[in-house]
Design a protein around this ligand. Structure first.
Ligand code: PAF
Length: 293
């Protein structure tokens, strides 16, 4: 049975009797889809039948810029609870607080926030200033409130996952962070709450993002430049101009050089109509010089 709690007091009461196993948290902003429920299933697998799975549903104002979709972001808690129930994932607790509960005194508070540093200023952070400071601030707060042993995040938000891992390491936060592979629809599009904004024609164009990543990954044996070129070609064919298309070191998100050999991450962000979508794929790159040396 899932218990719904809306306040810190209700949460504390619900957490008063510790689980017999570990406690896992899945943090969401609601608008739940099967990408989220795959995280919930992963959380249950990690803590086992006697562990506790907590899902948070909170649209965090700190991570939206002034011209972003905070006001329009879909909010339907009943639908979210129904999605969780229908998924068959055993959720013990849903924490769905309002803004004043998470940030008493908002918008004058919180005065002190987490800084993502230089990693928060590139890629997503370059077009969304302050976004990752807002993400890390709420993630740290929710970790403190829920006190999980393990926190599960999707690999679709690769930069977010990297930054959460860095925060946990750099600030000695006592939690294990687990990444879960991207869930995709049959047409290859990565599941995202923002897909709901797409018209049928835009959905067709959106397929080019994952198509570009697949083309890039398939060119891995030909080297980093071939990966970038193959991905770019697919985007150009779909008339999509990416905000960025980068082949990066998965641990630093620094662009990899032409002679890179080894694992890399191909990241793309593009606006499809007015909807900004992101996606990524792991690529095994061979240094083209290797074969001639
Ligand atoms: O990935 C998200 O949905 C959000 O960034 C998160 C981690 C729930 C923080 O608001």
């Amino acid at each position: 049975m899932t218990t719904l709690v809306r306040t810190r007091a209700e949460l504390d009461a619900a957490l008063a009797s510790p689980p017999r196993g570990r406690r896992a948290v899945v943090m969401t902003m609601g608008a739940l889809h099967s990408g989220h429920t795959s995280l919930v299933h992963a959380a249950r697998d990690l803590v086992g039948p006697h562990g506790q799975v907590v899902v948070t549903v909170f649209v965090n104002p700190l991570q939206f810029g002034p011209n972003e979709d905070f006001a329009q972001y879909p909010r339907d808690l009943e639908a979210d609870l129904a999605t969780l129930a229908a998924s068959g994932a055993a959720v013990d607790l849903v924490l769905a607080p309002d803004v004043a509960e998470v940030y008493p005194g908002y918008p004058d508070a919180p005065l002190v926030r987490v800084s993502a540093g230089r990693l928060g200023e590139v890629l997503e952070g370059a077009s969304r200033p302050g976004h990752f400071d807002g993400v890390l601030t709420v993630v740290l707060k929710l970790l403190h409130l829920v006190q999980p042993d393990v926190a599960v995040f999707g690999e679709k938000d690769a930069q977010q996952l990297l930054l959460i891992r860095r925060m946990v390491t750099d600030l000695d936060v006592p939690v294990e962070v687990v990444g879960v592979p991207i869930a995709r629809a049959d047409d290859g599009v990565a599941l995202s709450s923002r897909n709901a904004y797409l018209s049928a024609a835009e959905r067709e164009s959106a397929r080019a993002l994952s198509g570009a990543l697949r083309a890039g990954a398939a060119a891995g044996a030909l080297g980093a430049e071939a990966v970038r070129a193959a991905a770019q070609e697919v985007l150009a064919e779909a008339c999509l101009t990416p905000d960025y298309l980068r082949l990066v070191d998965p641990t630093t998100v620094d662009e990899v050089p032409s002679d890179h050999g080894g694992p890399a991450l191909l990241l793309v962000a593009a606006r499809v109509g007015t909807t900004r979508l992101i996606d990524n794929m792991a690529v095994q790159v061979t240094d083209p010089g290797e074969t001639t040396r």
